[in-house]
Every structure is written in C-alpha cells, then in structure tokens.
Design a protein around this ligand. Structure first.
Ligand code: ADP
Length: 373
C-alpha cells in the first residue's frame, strides 16, 4: 500500500482517480489546487504525487518546481495528468523533473501500471541510497577507529617505551659505576634485565610496525611451504634462551606440519601466544604448544596453566588495547592478540580461546593446509 496525493481541479476526474486507487488498496488523498496540496504534502509526504497541469492560480509545473526545490520533498515521484499531449508540454514537464506523464483520458490499467513502475523504481533507488549510506557510515566508523588507534599507538610509544628504556639505563649505570664490587650473579641479573628490556622493545616495535603496515595495506603476505614444527622449535628455543631453564616449554607435533604460510607472520602468531602463555602463568608451570594435523587444516594449540581469562573478557581480548580485569599487574599493551587474530585471518584461518579462571587458557589456531590468497 502506497500513500498517493492526487491534485486535480476537476472534481469528477479527481474522485474517479482516487476511487480507482483506493480500490487497489492505496491510501489516497486529494487536493483541488496547488497551494493546499503543497501544504498537505509538507505535513505528510506521500510516496507519489499525481498532478494535473492546467489548474487555476498555481499550475502543475509550479507545484513540481516547488516540490523539487525542497530537499526533503524533492525525491517524491511526480506524474503529470493532462489533456495536453503536445510534445512540448511533455518535454517541458520532464525537463522540470517529472517522472512520467499520463494523457487524459487514460484507462484504469494505464494509471495503475504508471504508478507501480514509479513506486518500484523509487524503492530500488531507496535501496541503493541506503546501501551507499550504510557503506559510507561503515567507512566513517572505520576511519574513526583507525584515527583512535593511531592516537593510542603514539601515546603508547611515549609511555610504554619509557619503562624498559629506564630499566636499561639504570642497569647500565649500575654496572658502569659498581662493576668491581658486584657479585657475578648480580651482574648477570642486570645483563638479563637489559636483554629482556631490549627484547621487549624489539617486540613492541615489531608489533607496531606490523599494525601500521596492516592498517595502511602495505603489508606484503608471502606464503611459502613451511614446516610449522621446525618454526615452532626455533621460536621455543629463543624463549628458552631468554628464560633459561626456568620455564618448561614443550612441543608436541602429530602428523605432517607442512602448510603454506608467511614465515614472518607465523612467527608473530607463535611468539605472541607463547609470550602470553609464559607471562600469564606461574614460573614453575609448563607451557605446551601442540600441532595437530586435521587433514585439510592444521591446529596450533598454545596451552598454559596460568591465571585464565574472565568469561566477560573472552571476546574482547582480540580487540586493540583490551586487557582483561585480572591482567593489571602484568605488563602489556593489549595489542598482541589483535596482531595474532589479523595474522591468522591473513592465512584464511581462525582463532578461538578456551579458558578457566585460575586454571589456564588454550588458544586454538586453525590454519588451512592449502594456500590462500
Ligand atoms: P597484552 O598481553 O600485551 O596485554 P594481548 O593482546 O596479547 O595484550 O592480550 C590481551 C589480553 O588478553 C591480556 O591483557 C590478558 O588479559 C589476556 N590474555 C592473553 N593471553 C592470555 C593468557 N595466556 N592467559 C591469561 N590471559 C591472557
């Protein structure tokens, strides 16, 4: 059912047209001249206007011009009804922005066909407009999120880089001035602190660089045939070098672990998940990385027996900067899992997490074995 306004000074014709349209189930109103019609249209805009051309005081052309010059009414389909079928009259009306032209006398079928085709056209135009509006709103939202991300990255740069930098400075100063009086253990502790801080800074720089490249679309995805069990061993060895014997890091690989993957990105996935598993669990607990071949996909599971993640944070931890309520006393930026998720998705894979508070967490990455993109 459509709302239709019929503007016609000849009462007999107006009523007949209105009656036809009411029988078709439309909601019809009528006006005998231009001015009251425009006032009624302003108060309650119809879906379509049918308008006679020749009327006293204000003709149909003037009604059309007034509607088209009002931004909130300009889109309403407008059909002329007129006895004048001259080429010039039709042309003039179309030039002013009319959508169609019916020459009197017209049949019931002609009128209904003209109205339906206009309404259909209008509804597909409306769909197009709302689609465009939707994609513009999305783009705007995206732009806002990116700007916010950049602002926070800059803030993080200036804030979070200071802590490891001042750790390095203070350890260097201590070694420079008091080396002769230091026990070998104390000196080794300061060297470890320096090394740990440098690694943290490198990881932060790497993360930020990757985020910036992903944001700007300049990141190059280079998949190659990779044996993930070799790559995981390498990554775990690096962690063992930093943590010494203090942590038990176990690799379990079942079946072939060959996939098409980007080496740099996959390192980032493993390094971030393993670093979190170590960070959020007690020093004497084991971290297990399991690789399970599931025919068309490879499952990479990183499991710890640490603090776990509160249920209400489970979804949000993949969002930039989100840190769970129980992670406050641990240092972090809240960016690692954002990178991991993005990197997994670049491989056409997916990531999910299972976790229980005070028991531990399992991050499960599924990567298709066949190449993507
Ligand atoms: P960060 O560790 O730097 O805070 P991440 O993006 O890597 O940032 O992780 C986001 C949040 O997810 C963390 O702050 C923490 O609350 C939670 N989280 C991630 N991994 C674990 C884990 N293995 N155990 C417990 N909580 C975790």
């Amino acid at each position: 059912m459509a709302k239709i306004m019929v503007i016609e000074d000849e009462a007999a014709i107006r009523e007949e047209v209105m009656e036809w349209l009411q029988f078709e189930g439309h909601n019809v109103s009528g006006a005998s001249s231009g001015r009251p019609a425009i006032e009624a249209i302003q108060q309650d805009p119809p879906d379509i206007v049918l308008c006679d051309i020749w009327m006293p005081e204000m003709d149909g052309y003037a009604v059309l011009v007034e509607l088209r010059s009002n931004p909130s009414l300009a889109h309403i389909p407008f059909v002329f009804l007129s006895a004048s079928a001259s080429h010039e009259a039709v042309r003039y009306g179309m030039d002013l922005g009319a959508d169609d032209y019916l020459t009197k006398p017209f049949t019931h079928a002609e009128l209904i066909r003209a109205i339906e085709s206009r309404l259909q056209k209008q509804s597909s135009q409306n769909d197009l407009v709302s689609e465009r509006l939707e994609s513009l709103t999305e783009a705007l939202q995206d732009e806002r999120t990116k700007r916010l991300l950049k602002t926070r990255l800059v803030a993080m740069f200036s804030h979070d880089f200071r802590t490891p930098l001042s750790t390095i400075m203070s350890s260097v100063e201590l070694i420079r001035h008091y080396e002769a009086r230091m026990t070998p253990e104390r000196k080794a502790m300061h060297l470890d602190r320096i090394e740990g801080s440098v690694r943290l800074l490198m990881q932060m720089l790497d993360d930020m660089l990757l985020i910036a490249q992903m944001e700007s679309g300049s990141f190059q995805y280079h998949p190659e045939a990779l044996d993930l069990s070799d790559l995981t061993s390498e990554v775990l060895d690096e962690f063992r070098a930093v943590y010494g014997g203090a942590r038990t890091l176990t690799l379990r690989a079942e079946g072939s672990c060959c996939v098409q993957a980007d080496r740099r990105l996959f390192r980032q996935i493993l390094a971030n998940l393993v670093a979190n598993a170590i960070k959020y669990s007690p020093d004497d607990s084991e971290v297990i990385v399991a690789l399970i071949n599931k025919v068309d996909q490879l499952e990479v599971i990183v499991e710890d027996h640490g603090i776990g993640i509160p249920a209400e944070d489970l979804e949000a931890i993949f969002e930039p900067f989100h840190r769970a309520g129980n992670a406050e006393e641990f240092k972090g930026t809240g960016l690692g899992l954002t990178i991991v998720k993005e990197a997994v998705e670049r491989h056409g894979g997916a990531i999910r997490v299972e976790s229980e508070l005070e028991k531990g967490s399992r991050f499960i990455v599924m990567i298709p074995v066949a190449p993507v993109g």
